[in-house]
Design a protein around this ligand. Structure first.
Ligand SMILES: [Zn+2]
Ligand SMILES: [Zn+2]
Ligand SMILES: [Zn+2]
Length: 200
Protein backbone atom coordinates (compact mmCIF):
# COMPACT_ATOMS: atom_id res chain seq x y z
CA UNK A 1 0.00 0.00 0.00
CA UNK A 2 0.98 3.61 -0.37
CA UNK A 3 3.91 4.79 1.73
CA UNK A 4 2.03 8.01 2.28
CA UNK A 5 -1.66 8.75 2.44
CA UNK A 6 -3.96 11.69 3.12
CA UNK A 7 -4.94 12.59 6.69
CA UNK A 8 -8.55 11.70 5.90
CA UNK A 9 -7.66 8.21 4.64
CA UNK A 10 -5.27 7.64 7.56
CA UNK A 11 -8.06 8.43 10.04
CA UNK A 12 -10.32 5.95 8.25
CA UNK A 13 -7.64 3.23 8.44
CA UNK A 14 -7.14 3.90 12.15
CA UNK A 15 -10.89 3.65 12.72
CA UNK A 16 -11.22 0.46 10.68
CA UNK A 17 -8.50 -1.14 12.84
CA UNK A 18 -10.52 -0.44 15.99
CA UNK A 19 -8.72 2.67 17.19
CA UNK A 20 -9.48 6.35 17.62
CA UNK A 21 -6.80 8.89 16.74
CA UNK A 22 -5.73 10.72 19.90
CA UNK A 23 -2.84 12.86 18.72
CA UNK A 24 -2.48 16.39 17.49
CA UNK A 25 -3.79 17.45 14.06
CA UNK A 26 -2.46 15.12 11.40
CA UNK A 27 -0.32 16.52 8.59
CA UNK A 28 -1.97 16.67 5.15
CA UNK A 29 0.08 13.65 4.12
CA UNK A 30 0.73 10.90 6.62
CA UNK A 31 3.73 8.63 6.13
CA UNK A 32 3.02 4.95 6.82
CA UNK A 33 5.95 4.65 9.22
CA UNK A 34 4.91 7.70 11.26
CA UNK A 35 4.09 6.88 14.89
CA UNK A 36 0.52 7.86 15.72
CA UNK A 37 -1.10 8.22 19.11
CA UNK A 38 -4.29 6.15 19.16
CA UNK A 39 -6.76 4.80 21.72
CA UNK A 40 -8.36 1.37 21.41
CA UNK A 41 -12.13 1.84 21.04
CA UNK A 42 -12.81 -1.40 22.94
CA UNK A 43 -10.52 -1.24 25.98
CA UNK A 44 -9.48 2.44 25.84
CA UNK A 45 -5.78 1.56 26.06
CA UNK A 46 -3.60 4.31 24.58
CA UNK A 47 -1.00 3.10 22.08
CA UNK A 48 1.50 4.43 19.62
CA UNK A 49 1.20 2.71 16.30
CA UNK A 50 2.08 3.39 12.65
CA UNK A 51 -0.09 2.76 9.60
CA UNK A 52 2.49 0.16 8.57
CA UNK A 53 1.87 -1.83 11.73
CA UNK A 54 -1.91 -1.50 11.39
CA UNK A 55 -1.64 -2.79 7.83
CA UNK A 56 0.43 -5.75 9.06
CA UNK A 57 -2.54 -6.74 11.18
CA UNK A 58 -1.27 -5.64 14.59
CA UNK A 59 -4.37 -5.71 16.77
CA UNK A 60 -5.09 -4.71 20.35
CA UNK A 61 -5.60 -7.78 22.53
CA UNK A 62 -7.64 -5.71 24.99
CA UNK A 63 -5.73 -7.29 27.84
CA UNK A 64 -5.80 -4.28 30.12
CA UNK A 65 -9.53 -4.40 30.73
CA UNK A 66 -10.22 -8.13 30.79
CA UNK A 67 -10.46 -9.74 34.22
CA UNK A 68 -10.30 -13.56 34.46
CA UNK A 69 -14.06 -13.56 35.17
CA UNK A 70 -14.72 -11.31 32.18
CA UNK A 71 -12.59 -13.54 29.98
CA UNK A 72 -14.54 -16.64 31.07
CA UNK A 73 -17.76 -14.82 30.24
CA UNK A 74 -16.50 -13.97 26.75
CA UNK A 75 -15.58 -17.65 26.27
CA UNK A 76 -19.02 -18.86 27.41
CA UNK A 77 -20.74 -16.43 25.05
CA UNK A 78 -18.77 -17.97 22.17
CA UNK A 79 -19.88 -21.46 23.28
CA UNK A 80 -16.81 -22.58 25.24
CA UNK A 81 -15.85 -23.47 28.80
CA UNK A 82 -12.29 -22.58 29.95
CA UNK A 83 -10.09 -25.60 30.57
CA UNK A 84 -7.27 -23.54 32.11
CA UNK A 85 -7.15 -20.21 33.94
CA UNK A 86 -7.01 -17.18 31.70
CA UNK A 87 -3.41 -16.06 31.20
CA UNK A 88 -3.06 -12.45 30.08
CA UNK A 89 0.38 -13.16 28.58
CA UNK A 90 -0.90 -15.90 26.30
CA UNK A 91 -2.32 -15.19 22.84
CA UNK A 92 -4.48 -18.29 22.88
CA UNK A 93 -6.59 -20.16 25.40
CA UNK A 94 -7.48 -23.83 25.83
CA UNK A 95 -11.26 -24.19 25.93
CA UNK A 96 -13.86 -26.96 25.80
CA UNK A 97 -16.76 -26.65 23.37
CA UNK A 98 -20.04 -26.56 25.33
CA UNK A 99 -21.80 -28.40 22.50
CA UNK A 100 -19.52 -31.30 21.58
CA UNK A 101 -17.13 -31.31 24.55
CA UNK A 102 -14.01 -31.22 22.40
CA UNK A 103 -10.99 -29.18 23.42
CA UNK A 104 -9.67 -26.36 21.29
CA UNK A 105 -6.95 -23.78 21.47
CA UNK A 106 -8.60 -20.52 20.47
CA UNK A 107 -6.70 -17.33 19.66
CA UNK A 108 -7.65 -14.57 22.06
CA UNK A 109 -8.27 -11.91 19.32
CA UNK A 110 -10.54 -14.39 17.50
CA UNK A 111 -12.49 -14.98 20.69
CA UNK A 112 -12.88 -11.25 21.29
CA UNK A 113 -13.98 -10.52 17.74
CA UNK A 114 -16.85 -12.98 18.21
CA UNK A 115 -15.79 -15.14 15.26
CA UNK A 116 -14.41 -18.07 17.30
CA UNK A 117 -16.26 -21.27 16.48
CA UNK A 118 -15.84 -24.92 17.29
CA UNK A 119 -15.75 -27.00 14.08
CA UNK A 120 -18.88 -28.77 15.36
CA UNK A 121 -20.84 -25.53 14.89
CA UNK A 122 -19.79 -25.40 11.26
CA UNK A 123 -20.75 -29.08 10.82
CA UNK A 124 -24.18 -28.33 12.32
CA UNK A 125 -24.56 -25.50 9.81
CA UNK A 126 -23.74 -27.96 7.02
CA UNK A 127 -26.39 -30.38 8.32
CA UNK A 128 -28.98 -27.59 8.54
CA UNK A 129 -28.18 -26.44 5.00
CA UNK A 130 -29.09 -29.96 3.83
CA UNK A 131 -32.51 -29.69 5.50
CA UNK A 132 -31.94 -31.42 8.84
CA UNK A 133 -32.04 -30.20 12.42
CA UNK A 134 -29.42 -31.92 14.60
CA UNK A 135 -30.88 -33.73 17.64
CA UNK A 136 -27.51 -34.66 19.14
CA UNK A 137 -23.98 -33.21 19.23
CA UNK A 138 -21.78 -33.81 16.19
CA UNK A 139 -20.90 -37.55 16.30
CA UNK A 140 -17.22 -36.86 15.70
CA UNK A 141 -16.62 -38.03 12.15
CA UNK A 142 -18.30 -37.26 8.83
CA UNK A 143 -19.14 -40.97 8.25
CA UNK A 144 -21.06 -41.49 11.48
CA UNK A 145 -24.86 -41.18 11.38
CA UNK A 146 -26.04 -37.98 13.05
CA UNK A 147 -29.44 -38.22 14.78
CA UNK A 148 -31.53 -35.44 13.22
CA UNK A 149 -35.02 -34.51 12.15
CA UNK A 150 -35.91 -33.49 8.63
CA UNK A 151 -37.00 -29.84 8.71
CA UNK A 152 -39.53 -30.51 5.89
CA UNK A 153 -41.35 -33.70 6.98
CA UNK A 154 -40.23 -33.67 10.65
CA UNK A 155 -39.27 -37.37 10.45
CA UNK A 156 -36.38 -38.67 12.54
CA UNK A 157 -33.41 -39.34 10.26
CA UNK A 158 -29.79 -40.35 10.66
CA UNK A 159 -27.87 -38.79 7.79
CA UNK A 160 -24.10 -38.55 7.91
CA UNK A 161 -22.14 -35.63 6.51
CA UNK A 162 -20.61 -38.06 4.01
CA UNK A 163 -24.03 -38.93 2.59
CA UNK A 164 -25.11 -35.29 2.58
CA UNK A 165 -21.95 -34.31 0.71
CA UNK A 166 -22.69 -37.01 -1.85
CA UNK A 167 -26.11 -35.44 -2.42
CA UNK A 168 -28.41 -37.78 -0.46
CA UNK A 169 -31.43 -36.07 1.11
CA UNK A 170 -34.54 -37.09 3.03
CA UNK A 171 -37.05 -38.81 0.72
CA UNK A 172 -39.94 -37.25 2.75
CA UNK A 173 -43.22 -38.76 3.93
CA UNK A 174 -42.82 -42.44 4.47
CA UNK A 175 -39.90 -43.15 2.16
CA UNK A 176 -37.18 -43.68 4.74
CA UNK A 177 -35.97 -46.77 2.83
CA UNK A 178 -35.29 -44.80 -0.30
CA UNK A 179 -33.37 -42.32 1.84
CA UNK A 180 -31.50 -45.04 3.69
CA UNK A 181 -30.54 -46.69 0.41
CA UNK A 182 -29.35 -43.38 -1.00
CA UNK A 183 -27.38 -42.81 2.19
CA UNK A 184 -25.74 -46.23 1.85
CA UNK A 185 -24.93 -45.52 -1.78
CA UNK A 186 -23.36 -42.25 -0.69
CA UNK A 187 -21.16 -44.03 1.82
CA UNK A 188 -20.12 -46.64 -0.77
CA UNK A 189 -19.23 -43.93 -3.29
CA UNK A 190 -17.15 -42.21 -0.62
CA UNK A 191 -15.42 -45.46 0.34
CA UNK A 192 -14.63 -46.25 -3.29
CA UNK A 193 -13.17 -42.77 -3.77
CA UNK A 194 -11.06 -43.17 -0.64
CA UNK A 195 -9.82 -46.62 -1.69
CA UNK A 196 -9.05 -45.42 -5.21
CA UNK A 197 -6.96 -42.60 -3.84
CA UNK A 198 -4.88 -44.88 -1.62
CA UNK A 199 -1.48 -45.94 -3.08
CA UNK A 200 -1.18 -49.70 -3.71
ZN1 LIG B 1 -8.03 -2.86 23.18
ZN1 LIG C 1 -17.84 -28.40 19.40
ZN1 LIG D 1 -38.11 -35.24 5.12
Amino acid sequence: MAARTTAHKALKEIQAAGYRYAGTKLPAHVYAQLSLAVICTVCATPRTISLNRLRNGTVCLHRSHVSPAGAAQIARKAGFRPREPYDQRSRSWTLDCLTCGRTHRIMWPTLLSGTAKCPCQERAAELRAAGYEPQAPYPGTARQPWPSTCTTCKAARTPSLTTIRSGARCGHNGTPHATAAAERRGVRAELRAAQGARPQ
